[in-house]
Ligand binder design. Structure first.
Ligand SMILES: Nc1nc2c(c(=O)[nH]1)N[C@H]1C(S)=C(S)[C@@H](COP(=O)(O)O)O[C@H]1N2
Ligand SMILES: [Mo]
Length: 157
């Protein structure tokens, strides 16, 4: 299974999360300022493994994306990580139901688990739970080969 090395400078006080692309009002928010009012129960087990579910707390992607006023033609998004070349594509409607988590079981997310901000998606494949999220790029077409997570990970499972 793939598991990128955690970044060495994952300081929540200096981490920003950007939502841009096919939107009217791109935004960049400090992760330290993100509300953690939404929650999702999820395991992060890799394919073929089992792991206990935990409670992840953060902000719904739909809430954040709506603040940017996506273009009428927006259909997809690419979720980028600080870890080089790791980006995962989603249909925008599915991504709206996902969570950008900043806490797990009432604690800040440890860096090796994807802190300061990690994506949790209902009914996800393991590689879709993107660690160290930096940017949600809203798109008007499927991301195609820009979606590197799916291609990189199964080869390593
Ligand atoms: N940025 C980034 N996110 C990632 C990965 C990665 O390599 N880089 N690996 C994925 C895979 S394949 C798995 S199984 C889970 C592992 O999450 P865990 O360490 O919390 O169990 O993270 C996912 N998210
Ligand atoms: Mo995985």
């Amino acid at each position: 299974m793939l598991h990128s090395e955690p970044p060495t400078d994952a300081d929540p006080d200096r981490w920003t999360l950007t939502v841009d692309g096919a939107v009217a009002d791109p935004l960049s928010v400090s992760v330290a300022d993100l509300a953690a009012d939404d929650a999702m129960r999820s395991s992060t087990a890799c394919t073929g493994e089992t792991a206990a579910a935990q409670t992840w707390q953060g902000i719904g992607v739909g809430t954040l994306v709506d603040r940017t006023v996506p273009d009428a033609a927006a259909t997809h998004a690419l979720v980028h990580s600080v870890d080089p070349e790791y980006a995962c594509g989603f249909a925008l409607d599915r991504l709206r139901a996902a969570l950008l988590a900043v806490r797990v079981d009432d604690e800040p997310i440890p860096t090796e688990r994807g802190g300061p901000v990690r994506l949790l998606v209902p009914d996800a494949d393991c590689w879709e739970r993107v660690k160290w999220v930096t940017r949600v790029d809203v798109l008007t077409d499927p991301p195609g080969e820009a979606d590197t997570a799916r291609d990189r990970v199964p080869a390593d499972v």
